[in-house]
Write a protein that binds this ligand. Structure first.
Ligand code: 4AD
Ligand code: MG
Length: 444
């Protein structure tokens, strides 16, 4: 018995093979039954012809329900018309073994509402579209690791249980740590900075937690973030590295996932273009461009949405509008210091803006990376900690890093789910992670 994977079926034309998997769908033509069987690596059409099977086997074929688990043995044939993924091959069934006859499956090949599907996420992950998305996600994660490993970055893990805020105090998930307050990590960055001083170029990559009390299509409570941190990097070095890194992710998905992107009906012309260099504009210029655009708009609501006062952080409409002005992801740098995290290095001679940079993805996907140069002067950092009113005792170790061989350094975080949403062309972030944690959802 040769057990094969559907993804390799092209290698077995004319041979008798066995597949193990689940019944995805069927077409009933009486004496001819077309079973679409999936095994996790693909979907193949298996043909049961009454004349060629004993009565018991054909009766079993007829009794199979959607998502029944089975093992099917037969001969592989090439046929350009055969549906499936990768398609163009089918299996003529000789024998069949049933593992379990599935109960009536709640997800039908027809349309369902999103809430229903999210309630059945444990089953929905089997559907073709979700299968495609999560395979692309895995490649994005693999490419992130490979690229960083190959470019001299060392993976150094950072803790999830933390004693203090890493970004801001408004989105903390609190827990009770044996009677002491603790928080789920909002970022690994502060620890990355310690690790950077040991290894030069490091990254951490793990789940990140933000109690974002808003429902948007870009926010999750639990998301995955990769955070590289580099000694002696300037903001310009950071942008040069980010554009290489993000381009490598996009180009790898394009090279390896044409089939999945087709399933998702993704227009790939916008992705093919994602190669260095990316445009760079300052926050000042972005504000000017937004207000100039707002001035050309008649609809008062839209005008209000686009207008921005210098100093304010961008909302989604701003990010989308700026991104639409370019055909590639765009860097926006030198944001107002007051709108950003406490650790960002002020611009020399102009401390109201800081050495920060966000990368905005095209097509309305918004900010996919956020990063900066870090303050490396101990006194200045202490002043910033006092200004924003977080307790300095919790940051004593972080201040130590500025006392023992402090160096200019920079880093950024890239959100995996926003990157998946962009590359796959998905309207909402909830489908980019196997089990989304949202304001109104902690199930399944
Ligand atoms: O801009 P953020 O908050 O940056 C940091 O956390 C820095 N400490 C990173 C660093 O410099 N080491 O988050 C970085 C990225 C965002 O650009 C976005 O892609 C993603 O993380 N992100 C979220 N993704 C999904 N849901 C959320 N609630 C997110 N918050 C941030
Ligand atoms: Mg940010």
């Amino acid at each position: 018995m040769t057990i094969i994977q559907i993804s390799n079926i092209a290698n077995y034309v004319g041979q008798e093979v066995t597949l193990r998997g689940w019944l995805y769908n069927r077409t009933d033509k009486g004496k001819l039954q077309f079973l679409l069987v999936r095994d996790g690596t693909g979907i193949v059409q298996c043909v049961a012809f009454q004349k060629e099977l004993d009565a018991e086997t054909f009766a079993l074929v007829m009794a199979l329900t959607q998502e029944s688990s089975l093992e099917v043995t037969g001969t592989v044939r090439a046929d350009d018309r055969a549906p499936g993924y990768p398609g163009k091959y089918e299996l003529s069934i000789k024998s069949l073994k049933l593992y379990q006859l599935a109960d009536e499956y709640p997800i039908q090949p027809k349309e369902h509402g999103v809430e229903f599907l999210m309630d059945h996420r444990h089953l929905w992950v089997r559907s073709l579209r979700q299968w495609a998305i999560l395979r692309v996600r895995a490649t994005i994660i693999r490419t992130i690791r490979n690229w960083l490993d190959e470019h001299g970055y060392l993976l150094v893990d950072t803790p999830i249980l933390t004693p203090a805020a890493g970004e801001n105090t408004t989105t903390l998930f609190s827990i009770d740590y044996f009677g002491v307050p603790a928080y789920l990590a909002q970022t690994g960055q502060l620890y990355n900075e310690a690790n950077m001083a040991s290894f030069g170029k490091v990254y951490c990559f793990g789940p990140t937690f933000r109690a974002e009390k808003s429902k948007t299509r870009r926010h999750l409570m639990e998301f995955w973030m990769v955070e590289p941190e580099m000694a002696f990097f300037s903001l310009e070095d950071l942008m040069a590295m980010e554009e290489e890194f993000v381009s490598a992710i996009v180009q790898t998905v394009l090279a390896q996932h044409r089939m999945e992107l087709e399933i998702l009906e993704r227009d790939i012309s916008r992705l093919e273009n994602v190669k260095p260099p990316f445009p760079r504009i300052s926050y000042d210029e972005a504000v000017e461009r937004l207000n100039a655009l707002a001035a050309t708009v008649d609809d008062p609501e839209r005008k209000a949405e686009l207008s921005i006062t210098w100093g304010d952080d961008f909302g989604s409409p701003h990010e989308t509008a700026i991104a639409e002005m370019f055909d590639k992801p765009v860097f926006v740098y030198h944001y107002p210091t007051a709108a950003k995290a406490f650790y960002m290095q002020p611009v020399e001679g102009r401390p109201e803006v800081c050495r920060s940079v966000d990368l905005l993805a095209p097509e309305g996907y918004g900010e996919i990376t956020g990063g900066s140069e870090r303050i490396y002067d101990a006194e200045l950092l202490k002043k910033r900690i006092d200004e924003i009113g977080i307790s300095p005792e919790n940051y004593a170790w972080y201040l130590d890093l500025r006392r023992y061989g402090s160096v200019p350094h920079a880093g950024f975080g890239l959100g995996v789910e926003r990157t998946v949403a962009w590359i796959c062309g998905l309207p909402h972030i909830r489908e980019t992670i196997p089990y989304a944690r949202m304001l109104n959802r902690l199930y399944p």
